[in-house]
Design a binder for this molecule. Structure first.
Ligand code: AKB
Length: 313
């Protein structure tokens, strides 16, 4: 039987689907969801839930002790666009929550940690195409700086204290169950909602802005596969590059037009354009493929099919 798991930030875009998949695999009672606010009915009604502030060490420790938690997935974070508006709040949340969880592991109170990094760790001086696992980073956003620092700390806690921490650099994630919030890649979710509602979408990123993206099912599978891999296979303890597809807004529009021929897109780039321009357009994820067998399943057209079919329901 799997030992109890705690998900911090369980009501967000990734947390919701991760919680439900882990409950499906390991049993509802063994997966404790937590967040600063309550989530949707499916999550709240399917298993234990705790209101929890990720920056409060003592509160996390209480939950860990109470449920005899063994693994923590720390999904709480402020994303790239919001973090540019609230730099200090973003830094506090993104870093303190990570230290809280790493320190619980260092003290032997939990034995495994998942912490998400992002393609935002890369910056304008990074090779843009087929971005390697190890390369120049120099992130230029608050969020990217927090994720890169987090990666360094993860590797440090692994090497220095033997903390079993695992991480992937998520690209933009596309899902229909829960909306993303405050990210630069959020357009790739909004566009499907607007296509069905209005038949048109004004994109906050410009035509030609190619970014790495992934359908949520692939991201959840990658996360759990990484956590289930034997420790000796995990060679990278900062964070793994992860990729499945890369596209620009007009390519999503074309994919949507295969289902909704009259759909139109227009462009009104805002401050998020500069963030997007500093990120890679495609990612080399050969290390994840080699070390723990990562393989994506969803391309753009399959993603579009899944998004439109499920949102229509
Ligand atoms: C964002 O846009 O901030 C996130 C990310 C790529 O980490 N989706």
């Amino acid at each position: 039987m799997h030992r109890p798991i705690l998900i911090i930030g369980a009501c967000g875009q990734i947390g919701t689907e991760l919680t439900m998949e882990l409950r499906e695999r390991y049993g509802n009672e063994r997966v404790v969801a937590s967040d600063i606010r309550e989530g949707g009915d499916t999550l709240m009604d399917s298993g234990p839930f705790e209101l929890l502030d990720a920056t409060n060490y003592a509160a996390i420790e209480d939950v860990v002790m109470h449920y005899e938690i063994d693994e923590v997935y720390l999904m709480a974070a402020m994303l790239s666009a919001t973090a540019e508006k609230f730099p200090m709040r973003a830094w506090n949340l993104n870093m303190n929550s990570l230290f809280n969880v790493l320190n619980l592991a260092k003290e032997g109170k939990i034995s495994k940690v998942f912490w998400p990094s992002s393609i935002a760790v890369f910056g304008p001086n990074t090779p843009k195409e087929d971005t390697p696992q190890s390369t120049i980073m120099e992130p230029s956003t608050v969020y990217g700086i927090s994720k890169q620092s987090g990666e360094r700390w993860c590797e440090y806690y692994f090497k220095k204290y033997g903390v079993d921490v695992r991480s992937v650099r998520y690209p933009g994630l596309i899902s229909w169950k829960t909306m993303p919030g405050g990210g630069t890649t959020d357009y790739a979710v909004e566009i499907y909602h607007e296509a069905l509602k209005k038949g048109t979408y004004e994109c906050f990123l410009d035509k030609g802005t190619q970014l790495p993206m992934m359908y949520m099912d692939d991201a959840i599978r990658a996360t759990i596969d990484l956590m289930e891999s034997p420790s000796e296979k995990i060679k990278v303890r900062s964070s793994y590059n992860l990729a499945s597809m890369s596209f620009a807004p007009e390519e999503v529009a074309e994919s949507i037009q295969k289902h909704i021929p009259d759909f139109t897109i227009s462009y009104a780039p805002d401050f998020r354009q500069q963030i997007a321009d500093s990120w890679p357009s495609s990612i080399n994820d050969s290390a994840a493929k080699k070390d723990w067998g990562w393989m994506p399943r969803f391309d753009l057209d399959l993603t579009t099919h899944e998004m439109l079919t499920n949102l229509k329901k």
